[in-house]
Design a protein around this ligand. Sequence first.
Ligand SMILES: Nc1nc2c(ncn2[C@@H]2O[C@H](COP(=O)(O)OP(=O)(O)OP(=O)(O)O)[C@@H](O)[C@H]2O)c(=O)[nH]1
Length: 255
Amino acid sequence: GPRAEGRVLAELPQCLKKEAALHVRKDFHPRVTCACQEHRTGTVGFKISKVIVVGDLSVGKTCLINRFCKDTFDKNYKATIGVDFEMERFEVLGVPFSLQLWDTAGQERFKCIASTYYRGAQAIIIVFNLNDVASLEHSKQWLADALKENDPSNVLLFLVGSKKDLSTPAQYSLMEKDALKVAQEIKAEYWSVSSLTGENVREFFFRVAALTFEANVLAELEKSGSRHIGDVVRINSDDKNLYLTASKKKATCCP
Ligand SMILES: Nc1nc2c(ncn2[C@@H]2O[C@H](COP(=O)(O)OP(=O)(O)OP(=O)(O)O)[C@@H](O)[C@H]2O)c(=O)[nH]1
């Protein structure tokens, strides 16, 4: 079936909000597209990228993963004890790519177990409930805890408001304003979803897969040593993206 073959991404999925996006390019980075066409993606096609999902208890982390991976929704709350994970296969620009989605416990008493699984994440998804402002306020603490185990300059951040179906348009737009501010502050990409209706769930995870893939290919090209004008040399760093400008070397195929 289509699942076994992976979810196919031929184009870059777009962000939800331009003011809180990891980047706003229309397409994959030209070097990434080029490397994929020329089969120069090295080990990326064999790699499994770890993505961790954190946030307060009952904000809907498990439901979000289950909606995407299994297309199911459970209205009953069952606390995650420690951690759980799902594998999801993609094919990005013709290259196989896998994400390991780690569902962690939000309950305080399970947090110490869960946090031992934070290490080595390439993307961190912080989930809050769009109908509970405290859960948004706690997102910075969740991020701080997750970053203790990871290299902040090498990880992609996503801030996801959940349970959109439960808020009125007026409530939603108020909450979104605050959430966009937090997202900008922590340099995360903002999304809002509903696991009940499925709104934005697929779009969101496709975006996570695409950006994680892109970062992996750029890192691989970086490792293999060739640098070109306009290359991103650091992504998601503190001083925004740094681009190489002083190189006289010409790109081999792409501008
Ligand atoms: N209406 C609505 N309810 C949701 C949505 N997502 C989750 N829920 C409900 O919220 C409750 C908690 O969902 P979970 O996914 O178990 O929450 P969690 O964040 O994994 O909780 P912990 O494992 O304790 O950290 C459940 O009763 C879900 O049915 C949503 O999009 N809409």
